[in-house]
Design a protein around this ligand. Sequence first.
Ligand SMILES: CC(C)(COP(=O)(O)OP(=O)(O)OC[C@H]1O[C@@H](n2cnc3c(N)ncnc32)[C@H](O)[C@@H]1OP(=O)(O)O)[C@@H](O)C(=O)NCCC(=O)NCCS
Length: 258
Amino acid sequence: MIRNAKFSDKSHVLNFCQNTFSWGDYVEHVWDYWLNEDLLFVYEKQFPVGICHGFFSKNQIWIEGIRVDQNFRKQKIASLLVNHIESLGQKNGALFSFMLIDVENSTSLSMAKSLKYDILETWNFYSLEPKKNSNFDIVFLKSFDTTFYTHYVKSWRWLPLDSETIFELLKQNKIIQSKIDGKVSTAIISNSEHFDNTLIVTLFSDSEKTLLQIILFLQNHAIQNNYSRIQILTKEKLFDFEFLEHKLSFHLLRKNLV
Ligand SMILES: CC(C)(COP(=O)(O)OP(=O)(O)OC[C@H]1O[C@@H](n2cnc3c(N)ncnc32)[C@H](O)[C@@H]1OP(=O)(O)O)[C@@H](O)C(=O)NCCC(=O)NCCS
């Protein structure tokens, strides 16, 4: 019933992944990437009726894109797909499985609960409009203490911030910071691998003043580098700012695999 997805599944799958959410769905934009990345599975009756994608990173497996055709829901198809990826994770030494669920998606949250996932953190998603600015007070960090930061967001996956990853991010000037009156805001910048011209930013902020500096920098950085969208993921509730819009909030859920 569960098998690796193949190229010819695409049209069947996109048929039931069009109006998944009130705003539509993103599966059509990522299907080709996921197929290439591997660990894309379908649940097949006579044709595919469910999908799920997994992504290994260090000691964890990331689970995303759980979709079941409306006509086949409540038959444990999603649960079987998730269990399938979890057991692959276990076989490959993953300690944890993670997934991200919209705080308002109660069906999916019930599913995660029934699969023994716990809410680890809640994250807010803001969009920020690019804009030309100058005179922002930020530095590119040369070292970064991760004691309080375990993950950063890359292509909408929360990936572990281990020393190797930090080293690469610092080398590429991807970690910026603003420090004013002993307060700090830090941002980790990455490109979306799946969406064109999209800057994805993981933000940790202590104060409004330092946050403003980061925001001014990001807007200008986007203009200078031809990004048309800036997506900010942060655990904080950000202040009201003309070019900043709160879009959604998500729970980051975790399951111990050992
Ligand atoms: C969420 C979704 C993937 C669940 O698929 P499914 O195959 O119907 O789920 P399962 O049959 O494996 O259900 C597992 C558990 O989830 C919960 N659940 C599933 N559907 C539910 C519903 N409509 N209402 C409440 N709880 C529900 C139940 O706890 C269920 O266990 P139970 O049957 O023992 O009560 C499916 O509804 C879907 O595709 N939704 C739209 C896409 C989506 O939200 N994806 C997740 C994004 S993170």
